[in-house]
Design a protein around this ligand. Sequence first.
Ligand code: CUA
Length: 318
Amino acid sequence: MTAPGNSVLTTAGPQADRIAALWDVFFAVCVVVATLVIAATAVATWRAHRRADDSEPAGQERRIHAVIAAATGATAITLVILLVSSLRTGHALASLDHTDPVEITVTGHQWWWQLDYEDVDDPSRRFTTANELHVPVGRSVHLRLRSADVIHSFWTPSLHGKKDLIPGRDNHTWFRVDRAGTFRGQCAEFCGPEHAKMELRVIADAPADYAAWADRQREPARSPTTARRMRGRELFATGPCAMCHAIAGTPAGAGLGPDLTHLASRDTLGAGAMPNTHDDLAAWISDPQDHKPGVRMPAQPMPADDLAALLDYLESLR
Ligand code: CUA
């Protein structure tokens, strides 16, 4: 599992470009200010050292007043420069083109992300996934941000600034990704003990790849083709799994935990807590608390045969 990039300085879209440009202005101004302050301090120290007696030279008071007035004026001008560039960035972000966006509702949960891909023209084309946000390169994405419990914050540094997910209200954000790749996002508002393990990956695909991915996600779960997988599905649908999770096309339809219809198509488990491999999935099901302490999912001890059948079924859900 290679860690995807998440630097505000490695930008991948117009929103992040604007924010990085603002950072450049702040950085340049702060470097100049810090250099001047350090130089002035050094000069003052050196001169105080040289003057052995503490007599006041003539006209000293007037000079001090002039220096203070000049420094106050320079501070005010600096603040105005920072304020104006900040406002200009905000204005530029608000006026970026948002036509024909991909519409996705993002719901924050303790501690994972529910992703509902909307389709206003044809609601039968809606689908739900979790924790890995696929988007097409070059097209605007509109996120409607909600929370099911406490305040979370959506932050993908390479793509845009932060936006909170607040219970009882909808927030909105738009971004566009201009190159294919995987970009790491992270919940940026403390939301409980597993706040740190609340990763959201944004995977930008070429438009044709995105369309193919979305078509696969719209399909119900694959039907089991072997006796063992059928046993796995039965264990899932009649056991505790179905009390929290959904698998489209089966009786399991709960929404407390992530939708698992295409679990095997994801790279990670537990909102980025671990890679989605056979051994990790087995470890996760057997004792999630060991990998993400405090996670809402309880341990599911079961006979080895049953676990093998369940894993075989879940791994077939591509
Ligand atoms: Cu969700 Cu921090």
